[in-house]
Ligand binder design. Structure first.
Ligand code: XBP
Ligand code: MG
Length: 254
C-alpha cells in the first residue's frame, strides 16, 4: 500500500510532556485550589494508565483520595481544576519549557516536502496541542496538520480507537495508507484497534509497556548527530540510525 498520511500522537511522542509538563501543571493547579494533593513522578506513572486529565483527576479522587470531602458536584469540581491545570500547562509551553523530541521537527519538515498529509490524534486538550505546535514549530504550524483530533472530540479516549477513526474519517483516508506514531501502550492499542501500522518511540514512563503489534519500536526518531536505537525491529532489517520518510514508506510497502 502507498503511504499518504502520517498521524501523530502528542504527549510523549512529539514532546516528552508528561513528567516535567503535565504533572507539574496538575500539582500547581492542586496547590492553587488549596488541595494537599501532590502527584510525584512514581504516582503519576501509575495514574497515566488513565487517559485524559479530567478522567485522571476523577480516578485519583475516587480511588486514591476517597476521603476528600469535595463539593457535591464532583464533575464541576474536576472541570474547574482541569481548566486551571490547562491554563498553567499552556503557559509553561508558551515559555518553551518542553522541547520537541529528537527527529520530530526533521521528520515533519521532510514529510511536508515529500507531499505527505499530516494529522494529529491525541487525548490531550486541543489548547495544549496548539500551544505546543505554535511555540515549538511556529505560529503557522497547526495549519500543517489537516486534522487535529484532540481530547473530548470523541466519547471514548485511548486505548479506544475512536480518536484515530475520527481523524481518518475527517481526512477521508483509509488505515492502509497511514502510519501512526505513538509512545505508550494505551496509544498503541488505540492505533492498532483502528487498523493502523504504528511506530513507537518510547520514553522513561513507557519504556516497559507492552508494544506487541508495533511495526517498529525506537528510543527516538533520531537525528544525524544523535542516532536512534532500535528496541524492536519489527518490519525493519539492518541498522537504522534515524527514522525518515523512506523508512516510513518501506514500513507500508511490506
Ligand atoms: C496523553 C494523555 C493526556 C495528557 C494530559 O495524551 O493521556 O490526558 O496526559 O492532557 P496523548 P489533558 O498521549 O494521547 O497525547 O490534561 O489535556 O488530558
Ligand atoms: Mg502519548
Amino acid at each position: 500500500m502507498v503511504l499518504t498520511t502520517l498521524i501523530f500522537d502528542v504527549d510523549g511522542t512529539l514532546a516528552d510532556t508528561e513528567r516535567d509538563g503535565h504533572r507539574v501543571a496538575f500539582n500547581q493547579a492542586f496547590a492553587e485550589a488549596g488541595l494537599d494533593w501532590n502527584w510525584d513522578s512514581d504516582l503519576y506513572r501509575r495514574l497515566l494508565a488513565v487517559s485524559g486529565g479530567k478522567e485522571r483527576i476523577r480516578y485519583y479522587l475516587e480511588h486514591v483520595r476517597p476521603d476528600q470531602s469535595v463539593v457535591d458536584n464532583p464533575a464541576g469540581f474536576v472541570a474547574r481544576l482541569h481548566a486551571a491545570k490547562t491554563r498553567i500547562y499552556t503557559d509553561m509551553l508558551a515559555r518553551g519549557v518542553i522541547p520537541l523530541r529528537p527527529g520530530v521537527r526533521r521528520l515533519l519538515t521532510e514529510a511536508r516536502r515529500s507531499g505527505l498529509r499530516l494529522a494529529i490524534a491525541t487525548t490531550t486538550t486541543p489548547d495544549n496541542v496548539t500551544a505546543l505546535l505554535e511555540h515549538s514549530l511556529g505560529p503557522q504550524s497547526p495549519g500543517w496538520f489537516e486534522v487535529i483530533a484532540a481530547g473530548d472530540v470523541v466519547a471514548h479516549k485511548k486505548p479506544a480507537p475512536d480518536i484515530y477513526f475520527y481523524a481518518m474519517q475527517r481526512m477521508g483516508v483509509s488505515a492502509h495508507e497511514c502510519l501512526a506514531f505513538e509512545d505508550s501502550g494505551n496509544g498503541l492499542r488505540s492505533s492498532c484497534a483502528a487498523g493502523l501500522a504504528t511506530v513507537v518511540t518510547v520514553n522513561d514512563y513507557t519504556r516497559d509497556h507492552d508494544f506487541d503489534g508495533a511495526v517498529l519500536v525506537l528510543d527516538s526518531l533520531g537525528e544525524p548527530d544523535q542516532p536512534c536505537t532500535t528496541i524492536h525491529p519489527g518490519r525493519i532489517s539492518g541498522r537504522l540510525p534515524l527514522f525518515n520518510v523512506d523508512v516510513a514508506r518501506s514500513l507500508l510497502s511490506h
